[in-house]
Write a protein of this length. Structure first.
Length: 202
């Protein structure tokens, strides 16, 4: 033990110092990190609920296999107080890492209003197109929430139809495309009965 300490004290000391520096740096940057998260969330909501005059946040209990959880649903309101749509978070596993989305639906929960990517670490140049490709993202503007979305392969050089439940996959990133639709399908199935029960929807 004494020999180990004699030969490795420098490594141990350096590890302690670097760990301390990382902790101090993280603590110092944490308020800015949180502020950026809030700003990104607000931008995402506003990009979906473009016709809302104000927003209301409701915390709702969601039954889950592991017990009761909760989620925040953002309601976009017109000046007269009528809802124009709802936005909620949805996440799941992609091809490489988790995918976290903002999802918008209309007041009747019948059609999607759009999606916004909060976090994704998919393959650069392929899977990360869920964030960067306007062609892929626009497919969720007006797409029915029922029946569940399915992914199909096809040309992605033109804007696909948005009046059916078929989503054209990103070329070279079919798994990522399927992950996004699976996340949306699962989340709307979880939230629809809760929103109707809580009286948030008309």
């Amino acid at each position: 033990m004494r020999e180990f300490l004699r030969t490795s004290w420098l490594v141990l000391a350096a590890s302690f110092v670097f760990g301390l520096l990382l902790a101090v740096t993280y603590t110092g940057w944490q308020p800015r990190i949180e502020a950026n998260k809030v700003a990104r969330l607000q931008r995402g909501i506003r990009s979906i609920l473009t016709d809302a005059d104000s927003l209301r946040a409701d915390t709702l209990a969601i039954p889950a296999a592991a017990g009761m959880g909760s989620t925040i649903v953002y309601t976009g309101l017109r000046a007269d107080g009528q809802p124009v749509g709802y936005v909620y978070t949805a996440e799941g596993t992609g091809f490489q890492d988790r995918i976290e989305l903002l999802v918008g639906v209309d007041p009747q929960l019948a059609r999607y209003r759009g999606i916004s990517v909060l976090f994704a670490a998919e393959t650069p140049g392929f899977g990360d197109a869920i964030r960067d490709s306007a062609i892929f993202g626009c497919q969720f503007n007006g797409t029915p929430t029922d029946p569940p979305l399915i992914v199909v392969k096809g040309p992605d050089s033109e804007r696909p139809r948005t009046d059916d439940h078929e989503i054209v996959s990103i070329t070279g990133a079919t798994i990522t495309s399927e992950s996004v639709t699976a996340i949306l399908n699962r989340r709307i199935a979880e939230l629809r009965p809760v929103l109707q029960r809580e009286g948030v929807t008309p």
